[in-house]
Each structure stands twice: as C-alpha cells, then as structure tokens.
Design a protein around this ligand. Structure first.
Ligand code: ZN
Ligand code: ZN
Length: 357
C-alpha cells in the first residue's frame, strides 16, 4: 500500500510502502479516492514539533479524505462494502476520550482532559483504517473530491454557525483568503450576510481572492494597498462588522478588534507557525485596545475544529445542494507526487491540493 509518511530524517515527507491495514473490531478499511493537504500537514512538513500538529503523529499522514468502503470490521453498524464515505478525524470516540472527566460528562469530548489522541486519519494512502463511528456516508450528489474537503468546510461551518453565533443578515470580515478563510465565507453565505469582506495580499489575487468574489464576497481588501480597518469602517458607515474571522495564522487581534461593532466577536482560527518557546508575546494589545474591548463589549474567541453535530448538519447541507465545495480544489496530484503537492500547497496560488491515490 503506497502511503505518505514523515521522512525518516524527521524533516519533510516521503512516499513508502506500508502493509495493508487490518480490519480490526470497530474499524472499516476505506479505499481512499481523494485526500486533502491541510495547513496542519504543512506545519508537520515545515516543523514536526508544532504543538498543534496532531496530524504529525499520524502514520500514514492525512486527516482529510474520502473513499469507498473496502472491508467492514466486526461491530461496525450501518456501513457496507462499496459505500462512498468521508470521515470526521476528531469524532468523539476516535481520539479515545475518557468519558468520565467533567468535560466528557458535559457532552463536550473535545475538551476531555485525559484524551490520549486528538486526531485520527491516515488518509494519504491507498487504504486507510478508520473507526466506523467517525464515518459519514457521502450523499450521491457529492463527489469524492468534495468529500475530501468536508473536513476544512466543517471548520468554517463550526466557526460561523456555532462559535460566532452568526445570525442572518449580520456582517463579517474574514482576514485571509486561504482554504479555511474561503470555507468561512461559504458557511457565512448560508446566512445571507448583509456584508462580507475578505482581506488578502497582492499574492492572493489569483486564485484565492477571485474565488472569494465568486463565492459572493461583497468587497475584497488588499492590505498592501489599503488600510483594512479604514476600509471596513468606511463600508459600515463607522459602525464596524459583527464578526471578524482570523484565518491566516497571524493573530491580528488589534486589527480585528478595531473593525468590530458593539458586541462584535473576533474569532481566531489560524494556527501560527511554531517558532519554539518564544519569550516575546505574539499578541500585543494596547491599553486602548483593552478599553475598546471593555467599553464596546467585544469578545475574543478561539476556535478549533468542530463538534460531531457540525458534521451531521454539514451532511444535510451538502445533500440539499446548499453549498458547492468543488471550486476549492485547485490542484490534484497522484499520491506518488505528494512531496510536490506539499510544496504547492504552501504557496498562495493554491487553495486546496488533493492527493489522488
Ligand atoms: Zn484539515
Ligand atoms: Zn474526558
């Protein structure tokens, strides 16, 4: 079985032959049809010690994927050989949550304090062994490529609908038009926003900002040419937006807070590159920022992945044809070209690169 793993040297990746996975009790063998290269995989590629690179622990790599059920292990209900599937790598039971800590008892297994593994996967291979309770049947109208992009879309959906509590007709600004920023936009468009602004750099013009336009952004702000805070204030007649989503991996908290209206929310999604334990704080807030936050009742919220409920909702939306993820896939490469795929995925001319085994 051809598979992408972390290179022996600890730096970068390599394509190797791995044994065919065993269909253990509770697991399903999936013949992978498409696997996405994610920002966190790139952290693995550049620096394996990134604390958020759960996917760095995976062998084979990859937590985004779709495929066809090849074998069904004992104890798995609801799936048959030949089913088209995708999967939630952070599904409750996948990571081995304890079930008895306070968070687990409250029904929030993502917050489990004793969880031993957060992320499941192994999708960058011809076959992957995946827990049955993490699988979702792909609706017939959804392609394998879209299926492989469900995971990043779930991040956007969760950020907008669950964490930001975004309501119909509200306004937003997305900092960064990468795959997650664009997924946030797709999720927000489902709520008919009154104004959707996306910021980016000159290098993002094509295809990222073009795609933002196509997905229905009302305004694009090139931060190299104009001041994003001024532009947002101008467009909102000095009121600001209801929500700012940071999707770059650069914590632009000062900038984001300055764009918000009363009771606005800043949602931080991007993971910064890991530069080791730095003594310098990454985020600097002035007294004025802090007072702004207090007087205007702003909130600063962190975001990461999604809940199981997000996946159920997403599958309904996809089945209903409410959203089309296909345009996100800008590059497709055979599994053997994974190295090239990782290089492409780190560049701004790529939105989502898929490996096709
Ligand atoms: Zn991902
Ligand atoms: Zn627990």
């Amino acid at each position: 079985v051809r598979a992408v793993v972390r290179a022996q040297s600890g730096k970068g990746i390599e394509v190797v032959d791995e044994p065919y996975p065993e269909a253990r009790t509770g697991y399903v063998i999936v013949r992978i049809k498409a696997a996405g290269i994610c920002g966190t995989d790139l952290h693995t590629y550049k620096n394996a010690n990134h604390p958020q690179s759960q996917s760095a622990l995976l062998r084979p790599l990859g937590h985004e994927g779709s495929g066809i059920v090849e074998e069904v292990g004992k104890g798995v209900e609801g799936f048959d050989v030949g089913n088209r599937v995708t999967f939630n790598p952070y599904a409750s039971r996948v990571g081995g949550f304890c079930g008895v800590c306070e968070s687990c008892l409250r029904g929030e297994p993502l917050g489990c304090t004793k969880r031993h593994l957060m992320c499941a996967g192994g999708t960058m291979a011809e076959y992957a062994s995946i827990r049955g309770d993490a699988l979702y049947r792909l609706p017939d109208n959804i392609s394998f490529e879209e299926g492989a992009m469900c995971e990043p879309f779930a991040v956007g959906l969760s950020a907008v609908h669950e964490v930001a509590g975004f309501r119909t007709g509200q306004s937003l600004c997305i900092l960064g038009p990468g795959p997650i920023g664009l997924c946030v936009l797709l999720a927000a468009k489902l709520m008919s926003p009154s104004l959707a602004i996306v910021t980016g750099l000159s290098a993002d013009k094509s295809p990222r900002l073009e795609l933002a336009r196509r997905f229905g952004a009302d305004a694009i702000v090139n931060v190299e040419e104009e001041d994003p805070v001024e532009r947002v204030m101008e467009m909102t007649k000095g009121n600001g937006v209801d929500a700012v989503f940071e999707a770059i991996g650069v914590p632009l908290v000062h900038q984001g807070l300055s764009m918000l209206k009363f009771r606005g929310r800043f949602i931080g999604i991007g993971h910064p590159m890991w530069a080791g334990e730095s003594e310098q704080p990454l985020i600097r807030l002035t007294v004025a920022d802090y007072l702004n936050m207090q007087h205007r009742r702003l909130s600063l919220t962190g975001h990461w992945v999604y809940d199981t409920s997000t996946w159920v909702k997403m599958m309904d939306l996809l089945k209903a044809g409410a959203v089309d993820l296909t345009p996100l896939a800008t590059h497709r490469l055979p599994l053997n070209d994974a190295e090239k795929g990782f290089r492409i995925a780190s560049r701004s001319e790529c939105v989502k690169a898929l490996l096709i085994p």
